[in-house]
Design a protein. Structure first.
Length: 371
């Protein structure tokens, strides 16, 4: 659906610029991956150097550990939750019934599931069935978070914790031989589920079951959104963000010896620590942008955050590769005297800039594509 109204940061529309910027930063990082910039950057650096160690932060940790890039998907899930009280709150305020908004949530969840599935059919050029994509998993987390959004805060927190406990129990106590090793790649409960659902395992050890513990991220996002939307003083809001975020980060890291922090199978320790960082990041941006009225230059990111689904789908369905084909001869011709890895980095940066430019073009024409 296209909207012709620019989102405004005012109380009438209950929209926060900090949320758009947080979403935009996350989406810009995600589309940067489709340009292969992070890969070329790593190849360009010398192993063990500072730049090499920095480049590694933009790649998922191979197993037990946590890098910056491991936070991006949790941020995405969390941000979706933060936006829900604003979007559904506006619908309820103008008179939409629960049944009408439930129908919308069910439709959106179905569309996300379809898109998450369909993206895997584009690359191989054949019908395939895989549910590891973030959109497919978001279809589940979004719907669960919606169904309990108007329930008591304690119940929402209880559901999120319950999902993590359920995950712990299933992974630790699953009795089927060959899939009873909780934290071993392809030998755990989630791998058994993947073989049951899809008849195959992910090459990267990702799990479709990750949608279940990841639901906590979206629920916590909803709670953060409800807090931001409330009439509480901004100091109280920041206090909640700071206390909750710090406690979750400490607990998440503290659990690592018991339950290893593993992004690829979304262990409870991983969910908790990244949820804490998401809360702290949102709190900082809220304080900087909406309270202190600083960081106006960061509107650069908000432009991407206003068309997140479009730019994500555009890049993953060949848009980034299409731009790559356009700029390739120019970049490699002009910079022919430089090392190939440097040329590839410049090519990626150029495509990355073009992708941002596309969202700016849509923004200037007041085109905002949503489902």
């Amino acid at each position: 659906m296209m909207s012709s109204n620019i989102p405004q940061n005012d109380s009438a529309n209950s929209r926060l610029l900090s949320l758009d910027i947080f979403r935009g930063i996350t989406m810009l990082l995600l589309i940067g991956e489709t340009t292969y910039f992070y890969e070329h950057w790593l190849e360009f650096t010398t192993e063990g150097s500072f730049l090499n160690l920095l480049a590694l932060q933009f790649h998922h940790h191979p197993w037990n550990g946590l890098r910056f890039w491991d936070h991006v998907q949790p941020f995405f899930m969390f941000i979706v939750g933060v936006a829900m009280p604003f979007s559904f709150g506006a619908r309820w305020a103008r008179g939409d019934s629960w049944n009408k908004t439930l129908k919308h949530a069910l439709t959106r969840s179905a569309v996300l599931l379809f898109l998450g599935w369909a993206l895997y059919c584009i690359g191989p050029g054949r019908i395939t069935f895989e549910l590891w994509n973030v959109l497919a998993q978001l279809s589940f987390t979004y719907l669960v978070a919606f169904l309990i959004m108007r329930k008591d805060v304690k119940l929402q927190i209880g559901v999120s914790i319950g999902l993590l406990i359920l995950t712990e129990l299933l992974f630790r106590l699953w009795p089927i031989s060959g899939f009873d090793q909780a934290f071993t790649p392809d030998k755990n409960f989630g791998s058994w589920v993947d073989l049951l659902l899809m008849g195959k395992l992910s090459n990267g050890h990702w799990l479709a079951f990750n949608a279940v513990p990841s639901t906590a991220h979206t629920i916590w996002g909803v709670l953060a959104g409800l807090l931001l939307k409330s009439d509480r003083d901004w100091r109280i809001k920041l206090k909640y963000f700071l206390v909750a975020g710090v406690i979750m980060v400490i607990v998440g890291y503290g659990l690592n010896p018991i339950t290893p922090i593993i992004k690829r199978i979304c262990t409870s320790s991983f969910i908790i620590v990244t949820g804490g960082w998401a809360i702290l990041a949102l709190g900082f941006l809220y304080w900087l942008i909406d309270v202190q009225k600083k960081g106006k230059w960061m509107f650069f990111f908000a432009i991407v955050g206003m068309n997140p689904l479009f730019i994500y789908l555009f890049t993953l369905t060949g848009g980034a590769d299409w731009f790559m084909h356009i700029v390739h001869p120019f970049v490699h011709g002009i910079l022919a005297f430089t090392p190939e890895t440097f040329r590839l980095m410049m090519e990626s940066l150029t495509v990355w800039s073009m992708l941002w430019g596309l969202t700016y073009w849509l923004y200037k024409r007041k085109i905002f594509i949503r489902i």
